[in-house]
Design a protein around this ligand. Structure first.
Ligand SMILES: Cc1cc2nc3c(=O)[nH]c(=O)nc-3n(C[C@H](O)[C@H](O)[C@H](O)COP(=O)(O)O)c2cc1C
Ligand SMILES: [Fe+2]
Ligand SMILES: [Fe+2]
Length: 394
């Protein structure tokens, strides 16, 4: 149990065991599930954790209770990474009243068979715990339809559920005590892959939450780090930039290859851009798990996508990336296309029609190389690289 502010403690957990978040996205630095305990005349737990880590959570809650019963369990979000330990908690404290949004009621029943002591809270409802008052802001689709935020009025703490979260376990749970250089990239990777699809809703919701003029001294999300003092503005601004698809002058190249021909083109593009002193990153989609690529693409003004032809279409490794990029990662971006083929092509055509369907701005100089790039192909690739440079906005 770690103290956050008067009466409010962290009772969350670290998960270094789960290899893939949502069984898809690598976790090189692990992930945290934050939960909080309010020590007042009435006691409350806000958010739970993933059940595989529940022992530490249950022990921390027990320590906080010092022999008292638990009065309230507030479930801001029903995704099992935050709700599955509720079963263990209810087993220990069967009298606790579970507070959640209207849409969470069916999920509690469907996931866990829990129907007893469930009470719905609505936007603006208040609950006094003694010295502390809780109130709620409904934030549907940040991250699920039932999502809500809880606000502790006297301590000015916003329990923001998945918003302002990130991947990673770092040297402290407090952002102002973390110097790890991966903190920010793990926030971006979480944002782009986990909640990026609902960016328009996040943007509107953040504006609405800020419009309520609740003074916020501390943001307590359900993943990532706890933000206090000046950190509140830092994470708010990071999230506003991400949800508004703000990019920076950078090129990200992502390619797939089976036999190395397309890789040769990708490397040529990379070297050409480096000679132009452009910030550029190169990803082989068979070597880097796509969440890292998506995160980098999210913030890059220009993206070059390259795939071999595959049965008249796009090589599957690139198709997999495109399915993820469809969630919004290319909004406000300019994309160039290259590929490789042995007979009638298909990779370049396929990526081009994907971009047209999704109304993404495209560079005019797509290049489909037949086999190993010749001098002429290199000239065409150099032209594509030049267009990429021109498309960068300072
Ligand atoms: C299963 C399979 C399907 C393919 N389909 C096509 C195709 O429809 N049209 C085409 O021009 N080439 C096709 N190819 C050929 C590759 O696109 C071509 O060999 C290309 O050079 C591979 O690039 P790489 O060396 O980067 O893997 C196919 C190759 C494989 C293995
Ligand atoms: Fe979630
Ligand atoms: Fe989550």
């Amino acid at each position: 149990m770690k103290k956050i502010t008067k009466d409010i403690y962290w009772v969350g957990t670290e998960d270094r065991e789960t290899k893939l978040f949502e069984n898809m996205f690598e976790l090189p630095f692990g992930v945290m599930y934050h939960a909080y305990f309010i020590d007042d005349e009435k006691t409350a737990v806000i958010d739970c954790v993933k059940d595989m880590t529940e022992d530490a959570f249950l022990s921390a809650v027990q320590a906080g209770l010092k022999g008292r019963d638990l009065d309230y369990i507030v479930l801001n979000h029903m995704e099992p990474d935050h709700s599955s330990a509720v079963l263990g908690l209810v087993e220990r404290y069967p009298n606790a009243r579970i507070l959640c949004s209207a849409k969470a009621v069916a999920m509690l029943k469907n996931f866990y068979g829990i129907e007893k002591n469930v009470e719905v809270v609505k936007e603006g409802d208040t609950l006094s715990l003694g010295n502390n008052t809780l109130t709620w802001v409904m934030v549907p689709m940040v991250h699920w339809p039932e999502s809500m935020m809880t606000y502790a009025v006297e301590q000015k703490v916003l329990f923001s559920t998945d918003a302002f979260g990130g991947f990673g376990i770092f040297e402290s749970i407090f952002a102002d005590e973390v110097t790890n250089e991966y903190r920010q990239s793990e926030t971006v990777r979480y944002y782009a892959n986990i909640v990026g699809k609902v960016s328009a809703i996040i943007d509107k919701t953040l504006a609405r939450v800020l419009g309520l003029n609740l003074p916020i001294d501390v943001i307590c999300p359900s993943h990532g780090l706890i933000w206090r003092g000046e950190g509140v503005a830092t994470i708010l601004n990071e999230y506003i930039d991400l949800s508004r698809h703000r990019t920076r002058p950078k090129v990200t190249i992502a390619y797939s290859t089976m036999y190395g021909n397309n890789e040769e083109s990708a490397k040529f593009l990379y070297e050409t851009l480096r000679k132009e002193n452009v910030e550029v990153t190169l990803y082989n989609l068979s070597e880097t798990e796509k969440s890292f690529v998506v995160a980098d693409i999210w913030q890059s003004q220009v993206v070059l996508l390259g795939a071999p032809a595959y049965y008249g279409g796009i090589h599957p490794k690139m198709r997999e990336l495109l399915m993820k990029l469809e969630e919004g990662a290319l909004i406000n971006h300019t994309v160039g296309v290259f590929g490789n083929a042995a007979w009638s092509g298909g990779g370049v055509r396929g990526i081009e029609s994907f971009l047209k369907e999704n109304k993404i701005e495209m560079l005019p100089d797509s290049v489909e190389v037949m086999g190993w790039p010749t001098k002429e192909d290199q000239a065409a690739l150099a032209k594509l690289a030049q267009s990429a440079v021109k498309a960068l906005k300072q």
